[in-house]
Ligand binder design. Structure first.
Ligand code: E4P
Length: 215
């Protein structure tokens, strides 16, 4: 499973990228708004740090305008993947953009049917929001599992990108459910690295190593 960072913080992206396990980045308008920077500038900065798919969300609410906006955003850098919200407008835009070879990440996916439609329209990724589904009393993993199974059955060339991850255990469960990618907030990636027994084990080994001379 590939790992993307779910943030627009350039410091966090630098720290995460230094671990050597980050394959891409996803942003959304809420994440960019927190940063107080120009959207295009930040997306380009991210592209300089991580050499992989960088999702940048488009916000137009009418098909022609959305297609125009997505073309403009996609032209910023070859690694930019345009994020298009699911819906009637979104599907029409995805169909046109994918026909032009523009990679689309369909965002705000909350059912396997939505994922199926987005994949049929030509999306490269669908992003089921696992945490928001769980918050609403549904099982977010069901959408991951079902979407993966449908794409496999019909050989649909679309990747399931698990989004709205709330904790390290969500990552394990998304991996077990067959997600192709999980996009992970930086703090959760750090939690995945650490384990108290690892820290304790290092402490014991370092103390014991003082009892002999190294060659
Ligand atoms: C990423 O593509 C999504 O926009 C993000 O994971 C949503 O996460 P949230 O539900 O924590 O806002």
């Amino acid at each position: 499973m590939r790992i993307f960072l779910d943030t627009a913080s350039i410091d966090d992206i630098r720290k995460g990228a230094a671990l050597g396990v980050v394959d891409g980045v996803t942003t959304n308008p809420s994440l960019v708004a927190r940063e107080g920077v120009e959207y295009k500038d930040r997306v380009l900065e991210i592209c300089q740090v991580v050499d992989g798919p960088i999702s940048a969300e488009c916000i137009s609410t009418e098909v022609d305008a959305l297609v125009e906006e997505a073309r403009r955003v996609a032209s910023w850098h070859p690694n930019v993947v345009v994020k298009i919200p699911m819906g009637v407008v979104g599907l029409q835009a995805i169909k046109r953009l994918s026909a032009e070879g523009i990679k689309v990440n369909t965002t705000l996916i909350f059912s396997a049917n939505q994922a199926l439609l987005a994949a049929k329209a030509g999306a490269a990724y669908v992003s089921p929001f696992v945490g928001r589904l769980n918050d609403a009393g549904q099982d977010g993993l069901d959408v991951i599992r079902e979407s993966v199974a449908i794409f496999d059955t019909y050989d649909l060339q679309c990747e399931v990108l698990a989004a709205s991850i709330r904790g390290p255990r969500d990552v394990t469960e998304c991996a077990l459910a067959g997600a192709h990618v999980a996009t992970i907030p930086p703090a959760i990636l750090q939690q995945m690295v650490n384990h108290p027994l690892t820290d304790k084990g290092i402490e014991i080994f370092l103390n014991d190593a003082k009892k002999y001379s190294a060659v």
